[in-house]
Design a protein around this ligand. Structure first.
Ligand SMILES: *Cc1c(COP(=O)(O)O)cnc(C)c1O
Length: 426
């Protein structure tokens, strides 16, 4: 049969029940799995045979949902994690160790900014934050002999800037390292980074993929395209024997799946950031409507962005699908069918005015969340990005007056009416 379309994969991917099996993906809420002989169990531990033995390493519910996300992104393997933070940490840490360096776009989520700039530094891994709008020469100057990867977000949270995936894939590959892209906001419905040369995709599945704010989760997807062996000196963890696995070499034993296999059999084994099967079940319900929700999020957000742009109380709007956006050309290239529901904008007036506006909202809630079915709003400078100094805020592409509006899938006239009444009371 021909390759299925994304809509069909959203609904049916990952779980194909056999005769008499449940139509709906079951929740295997079990830590462990039974075998009759010592030898069968030993083969699993030696990675000689495939099978379940302990949920920290693999669980059937989790695997089915991972397989769906893998199919949506077009990868060779996917691992689900307990959060988006864990996904980004694993994605980088799988190929970095004390003494390594990596390069990241500065326009990234606040949590990732802290992880890369503070916590990973304590592990001896240093990140250089670059302005993604800088010239190739400036960006290339950040590479060092110990650089191990390049990182960026397809659409940055909260700024809404678009990452030039093809350009950065070329630069990363020229320097012998993979490009890792956090595709949380675009989702594979609107952009599939592997088609533009990206090597590894990460997600916070907490956002659109779940879409209903019911679970915190993450995913790492491997394209299988990066040639680790060609740069074996940079990636000893993949290309040299792993003493913690009886001297097995991942690239030799698993070929295109070397990276994702190491991520499970080493990082997940030792660090254990697995999602609960129940959470994967909830995530799967969300994924079944991802294609419908993304279309509606984009349609609603476009109308809201146009309304904001025409509003005299609004100082500026950044929504990459608007022709006035600095990122419109990149959005047309990477996100031709729509970007996401998240709009960044600033109001004329003081920081207090922005706070008053948000407090006046009726059903649009102030929540530390984004990208779900319900419209919500957040002021990053006083919420998610509180830990960052003004300087770091600027570096992360977050203006102090930036309001992040996550447009949901309600009736758009009601959303606009709520924004309008809150502005009138300002
Ligand atoms: C929310 C988010 C994360 C972190 O994900 P959690 O699931 O909250 O840990 C990472 N990247 C992006 C782009 C996000 O929006």
């Amino acid at each position: 049969m021909k390759k299925k379309n994304l809509d069909t994969l959203c609904v049916q991917g990952g779980w194909s029940p056999k005769n008499g099996e449940p139509r709906v993906l079951p929740i295997y809420q079990s830590t462990t799995f039974k075998y009759s002989s010592t030898e069968e169990m030993a083969d699993l531990f030696d990675l000689k045979a495939d099978g379940y033995f302990y949920t920290r390493l693999a669980n059937p519910t989790n695997d089915c949902v991972a397989a769906k996300i893998n199919a949506l992104e077009g990868g060779v393997g996917c691992v689900l994690t307990s959060s988006g933070q864990a996904a980004n940490f694993y994605a980088v840490f799988n190929i970095c160790e004390a003494g390594s360096h990596f390069i990241t776009s500065a326009n990234i989520y606040g949590g990732t900014f802290n992880l890369f700039g503070t916590t990973m530094k304590k592990l001896g891994i240093e990140a250089t934050f670059v302005d993604p709008d800088a010239s190739d020469e400036e960006i290339e100057a950040a590479f060092r002999p110990n650089t191990r990867c390049f990182f960026g977000e397809t659409i940055s949270n909260p700024g809404g800037n678009v990452f030039d995936i093809e350009r950065f894939a070329k630069i990363a590959h020229k320097h012998g390292v993979p490009l890792i892209v956090d595709n949380t906001f675009a989702t594979p419905i609107n952009c599939r980074p592997f088609e533009w040369g990206c090597d590894i995709v990460t997600h916070s599945t907490t956002k659109y993929m779940d879409g209903h704010a019911t679970q915190v989760g993450g995913a790492v997807v491997d394209s299988g395209n990066f040639d680790w062996e060609k740069y074996a000196d940079k990636f000893p963890g993949l290309c040299l024997p792993d003493e913690s696995y009886h001297g097995l070499t991942y690239t030799k034993a698993f070929g295109k799946k070397a990276y994702i296999t190491k991520l499970v059999s080493q990082l997940m084994r030792d660090l254990g950031s697995i999602p609960a099967p129940m959470n994967c079940f909830l995530l799967n319900l969300g994924l079944e409507t991802l294609h419908l929700r993304m279309a509606r999020h984009c349609e609603n957000a476009m109308k809201v962005a146009q309304w904001l742009e025409a509003n005299p109380k609004v100082a500026w709007v950044n929504y990459c699908s608007l022709p006035s956006s600095k990122y419109y050309t990149l959005a047309q290239k990477y996100l031709p069918n729509g970007s996401c529901g998240v709009i960044a904008f600033g109001l004329k007036g003081t920081r207090e005015d922005a706070v008053k506006f948000m407090d006046n909202l009726d059903f649009i809630a102030i929540v530390t969340h984004v990208a779900d079915a319900r419209t919500c709003v957040l002021h990053p400078a006083s919420h998610t990005h509180r830990q960052l100094s003004d300087e770091q805020l600027k570096e992360a592409g977050v203006a102090p007056d930036l309001i992040r509006l996550s447009v949901g899938i309600e009736n758009v006239e009601d959303i606009i009416a709520d924004l309008e009444q809150a502005m009138e009371k300002m």
